[in-house]
Design a protein around this ligand. Sequence first.
Ligand code: IPD
Length: 262
Amino acid sequence: MPSANMNVMIKAARKAGRSLVKDFREVENLQVSVKGAGDFVSRADREAEKIIKEELRGARPNYGWIGEETGEEPGEDPTRRWIVDPLDGTTNFLHGLPHWAVSIALEHKSEIVAAVIFDAAKDELYTAEKGGGAWMNGQRLRVSGRRQMIESIFATGVPFGGRNTLPATLKDLARLMPLTAGVRRFGAASLDLAYVAAGRYDGYWERGIHSWDVAAGILLVKEAGGFVEAIRGEGPVVDAGNIVCANPQLFPELATQIRSWD
Ligand code: IPD
């Protein structure tokens, strides 16, 4: 049985997803001029965050909040906060690529305890609660069972514009691509993590990531049996700004490769 919090999160994600799908159709139909598309998408993004915030803060007014668009707002209960990316994969959305998602996590005492990622364009709803497994549309998820790097596919990402992390990621790619079946860069970190949980990817890493991109996905991967750590840094992974995860068999080698020259 989903908890009351999970029901609130699912409702918020579906409602925001419906609003985004409507806007996405407009982008796809090119009713939005190339010049105006950027503004249109930021409006769609802000509207989705507003919907989610109304639902979540309406139901739990005392929880804290951090959202990509509206930033951080402490709540009366300092131990709980919502971590929200209303539209992860903004650049894909802007280009009419149906690979973006709503990501909502609930953190309690610095640990993610509930997670929803909604890939509204494909109608795939990923959910996880601590100790309750990871699920997609009611189906239990498990990370892949692959053991060899050479037969495995990994995903990575580069923050918008590359920021300071591009040189490091290019080194990662030079090192890892010859050792694996491939590395993908699909442009939505929440879905990269959801796909690791679903066994579609065998692992994922990224340098220069925000808490709202990865919070929900961290719990999904853990609940599907995967390992998740910061590439470097101490404290909770969600705040580390970098992340590496994989199935338990491949995690040691992936993490060692990524950290070996870090
Ligand atoms: C971005 C995507 C992308 C990742 C970037 C994120 P946004 O989120 O998740 O895959 O590589 O680091 O910032 O900006 O589309 O919400």
